[in-house]
Design a protein around this ligand. Structure first.
Ligand code: GUN
Length: 290
């Protein structure tokens, strides 16, 4: 059994990106510029945006964080987005989610110019992805594909069960794995799936993105399966300094001994998602897609 080291893969890809950025800059081109809009003061979002800024610095990107108060209106946020759409010094930008409830997430996503939508959430980008056209891929599925590639995990003809049908993880993941080049046979399971346990038991590859901590147990896993854990549930813990710990969607201690490969939480999929954002921003700066 191999524990997939997301930190190692992320470091390797970060290095590749920084070499490419250094060569762009040496050629007299501007460094890629990523902007993040953060609305309100959600603690987890502040941490994520901080990590994104740090990663930008590491790979040589310019980065800007626009912090807006919780009281920002939908019109004000949309106006900010339009400004960034028109700003030639900005290659790509994201609006960190969640946003306050009085603002429509869908309106915000659709207001972003698809050319600058480095989250890959705009329907133009998801539509292009589904049609196997070049697009900005959503960070978590793209990060998982990078892990599979790095560890040379065979996917062709394998049965992959994706647990969860969210717009940003489950469905794009299922779609990408079914595409040419990955060639999986994919089943999506969700809260209404009747024979979920049997489905998972028949999987060669399990992607757990159901949002329920330790949902996948050892008895569900076919010996030799590859298990990718997307879950990140914070739970209180008296064993850590911070007073909380992260749990995945997989009961790691039970599942790991049965697997060929497994991602831990933390340190598996998590570190890869920021790298995918950096890859998309680099593509935007190089005008590789549009
Ligand atoms: N909140 C949690 N994950 C993400 C992400 O990938 N992009 C954005 N914009 N917000 C998030």
């Amino acid at each position: 059994m191999t524990i997939i080291d997301g930190k190692e893969v992320a470091a390797a890809l970060r290095k590749e990106i920084s070499v490419e950025v250094a060569s762009m800059v040496a050629d007299g081109k501007p460094a890629p510029h990523l902007v993040a809009i953060l609305v309100g003061d959600d603690g987890a979002s502040q941490t994520y945006v901080g990590h994104k800024e740090k990663c930008c610095n590491e790979v040589g990107f310019d980065s800007t964080i626009i912090r807006l108060p919780e009281s920002t209106t939908e019109e004000e946020l949309l106006a900010e987005i339009i400004k960034l759409n028109e700003d030639d010094t900005v290659d790509g930008f994201i609006v960190q989610l969640p946003i306050p409830k009085h603002i429509s997430e869908q309106k915000v996503i659709e207001a972003i110019d698809p050319k600058k939508d480095v989250d890959g959430f705009h329907p133009v980008n998801s539509g292009r992805m589904i049609s196997s056209l070049p697009s900005y891929l959503p960070a978590t599925p793209d990060g998982i594909l990078s892990l599979l590639k790095y560890y040379k995990i065979e996917t062709s003809g394998k049965h992959c069960v994706v647990l969860g049908r969210s717009n940003i993880v489950g469905r794009p993941m299922a779609n990408l794995l079914s595409q040419k080049g990955w060639d999986c046979t994919v089943t999506i399971c969700h809260s209404r799936t009747k024979n979920l346990k049997e489905m998972v038991s028949s999987a060669d590859i399990v992607v757990a993105a159901i949002g329920i901590s330790e949902f996948v147990t050892g008895d569900m896993i076919k010996p030799g399966a590859v298990v990718i854990d997307v879950g990140i549930t914070r739970v209180k813990s008296d064993k850590t300094k911070s007073g909380w710990k992260l749990l995945g969607d997989v009961k790691f201690d039970e599942v790991a001994p049965k697997c060929s490969f497994i991602t831990p939480v933390p340190g598996g999929v998590g570190p890869m998602t920021i790298i995918s954002l950096m890859k998309n921003t680099l593509k935007a700066a190089k005008k590789e897609i549009y």
